[in-house]
Ligand binder design. Structure first.
Ligand code: ATP
Length: 346
């Protein structure tokens, strides 16, 4: 099965081609054009303008790749005259910014009609999880989604990915980005905090975990306050990382314990952080659990994960009629019937 994936929930205008018969996820073709705000964080209108400009470009590149690598392409015709050999168009249906999602949805519907192939609507958060399951080969992992706009712990049970715990306010990346905006650093802030933290020492900041849920707003306000009081920014960055990532690690451990799973996968752009990966790996090691983080190109937003899950959904017959293909900015992972794992139900 060969699927064209399109991603565009926030900053990444991305298109990918995945061939499940190649069975090597490393060979997924991904073309991404990132939106970089001139100042501040992500402005939904500007992000949508970026999608509008960039989606046709990245899709064209992906289709070019699909034509060039078409296995039946030795028909004597030059690559640009071959049909685009894909079996389905998969797109991120949500969650994400409404104006961006609508552009991606429109592009996907148009392509599905022009190329005369079915449409597959993918939940972006489930895609962050499934790409880790796919690249790890784990069967029933708990997944920590640590992305910009979200932070969830998910586990599979009876046909759905259940949300075991989540943030009570902002997503983890957005929380970090709010602090860096206050300090005057450009977006995205996560990598800058990671670099600054290397020279920092611990100062006291709030740590808020309530059962399986957690909150970032108090720690962000306190971090801004410490900075305004003159605490060195390296120390604030170090302490922010230590507390936020320890919170995520604590809840991940509880999720492993409650679900009985001994496999943890990481998803989302914040998963690119070495310190977070180090803490999760150490926790898993101590409990005898396995830990897996996919390559960075599959952690941050990317169409590769949409194409990979899109191919599984297509193979399970999970396609969308045009009239049912509306996007959903608040699409939750537990709304998705997991048909591609039907044989694994307990
Ligand atoms: P979502 O997937 O929830 O829609 P998103 O679209 O904002 O989120 P992602 O690509 O998953 O995007 O994550 C982007 C976030 O990752 C940004 O907030 C950025 O600051 C953060 N990030 C990137 N690199 C690092 C890093 N090394 N350390 C910490 N955070 C990072």
């Amino acid at each position: 099965t060969r699927v064209l994936g399109i991603e565009g929930t926030a900053w990444a205008a991305s298109a990918a081609v995945y061939d499940s018969d190649a069975d090597d996820v490393g060979s997924v073709f991904i073309e991404t054009d990132a939106y970089e705000p001139e100042s501040g964080g992500i402005h939904p209108r500007e992000a949508a303008e970026h999608m509008h400009d960039a989606i046709p470009r990245v899709v064209e590149r992906a289709l070019e790749y699909a034509r060039e690598t078409h296995r039946d392409g030795e028909d004597g015709r030059p690559p640009d005259e071959r049909s685009a050999p894909i079996d389905a168009v998969a797109f991120s249906r949500g969650p994400g910014l409404g104006p961006c999602l609508r552009i991606v949805g429109t592009a996907a519907r148009a392509l599905s009609q022009t190329l005369e192939v079915p449409l597959v609507g993918v939940n972006h958060m489930v895609a962050h999880l499934e790409i880790g399951r796919h690249t790890s080969g784990f069967s029933t992992p708990v997944c920590l989604n640590a992305s910009g706009a979200n932070a969830h712990l998910l586990a599979y049970r009876n046909g759905r990915y259940r949300v075991l715990g989540e943030t009570m306010d902002t997503g983890v990346g957005n929380a970090i980005d709010k602090f860096t905006r206050h300090v005057g650093w450009s977006h995205p802030g996560g990598p800058k905090v990671e670099a600054a933290a290397e020279d920092g020492e611990y100062v006291d900041l709030p740590y808020v975990v309530k059962g399986m849920d957690f909150s970032f707003s108090g720690i962000m306000s306190a971090a801004k306050q410490r900075y305004d009081e003159g605490v060195p920014v390296e120390d604030v960055c170090y302490s922010l990382q230590e507390n936020i990532f320890a919170m995520l690690t604590e809840v991940s451990e509880r999720a492993l314990s409650l679900s009985g799973s001994d496999e943890l996968v990481l998803g989302g752009g914040v998963g690119q952080n070495d310190r977070l990966r180090e803490m999760l790996a150490a926790m898993c090691d101590q409990r005898g659990a396995e830990f897996h983080a996919p390559d960075a190109r599959f952690l941050r937003d990317n169409a590769g994960m949409i194409a990979v899950l899109g191919a599984k959904m297509y193979d399970a017959g999970d396609t969308l009629a045009l009239e049912d293909s509306r996007v959903d900015p608040n699409y939750r992972p537990d709304q998705v019937p997991v048909r591609w794992r039907a044989d694994e139900d307990d």
